[in-house]
Design a protein around this ligand. Sequence first.
Ligand code: SAH
Length: 224
Amino acid sequence: MRLKNIKGSREYIAGSDYVISEEIMEEYRGCWKEKVFENDRPLQIEIGMGKGKFITSLAELHPEINYIGIEKYSSTLLRGVQKVEENPLPNIRFLRMDAEGITKVFGKEEVDKIYLNFSDPWPKDRHAKRRLENKLFLARYYEILKPEGCIEFKTDNTALFDFALEELKGEPWEILGVTRDLHHDEVMNEGNVMTEYEEKFSAQGNPIYKYIIRKIQKGSIENE
Ligand code: SAH
């Protein structure tokens, strides 16, 4: 979701208390809970949050959890930041960054859960390395997730979902749940919070796919 460049969005974001600036975010590596949230509650992150409806809804529903929303583009992030400024929440922060640098920003086993929602599909083969569900990204997530930490991924894109499942083969993840029609899957859909894209694409009649995977110890691979 790349909105037209909104004039002043960089400056606006830089001035918000909800956004940790690029210059200092690496200083919090390993100590987000203590130094930023000043508590010891679980930390959950969404990568590619877009305008942030999903993560701000979660933050409202779960004051007992700390949330960080990550988005590459200032113009997109701006909407999420404004939303929280209008309706203040103590348990959410935002980072404008490329997910490639995620291990520089979060320490080993620092994150309790990662959400990936409607990631850019990058349909061309030569762009597969940019897909947020590829093996390289999974290895980065593995590093920052606590033992048995989970990733929840939703999309309406068949090719991306098939790719994402393929990428799990031989990797140290246990599949806890898979559905190709989330909204009609009573168990997987329980408590589902819709994202902006999810609302848009399901209204067009597209089924929503979802997987939940859990980090397992290397050497105990079951899903080969
Ligand atoms: N999660 C939202 C938006 C989905 S669109 C929703 O479901 O409604 C995908 C978003 O991911 C876009 O806003 C895009 O800018 C962001 N994104 C894509 N690649 C990224 C990367 N490498 N790092 C951070 N954000 C990224």
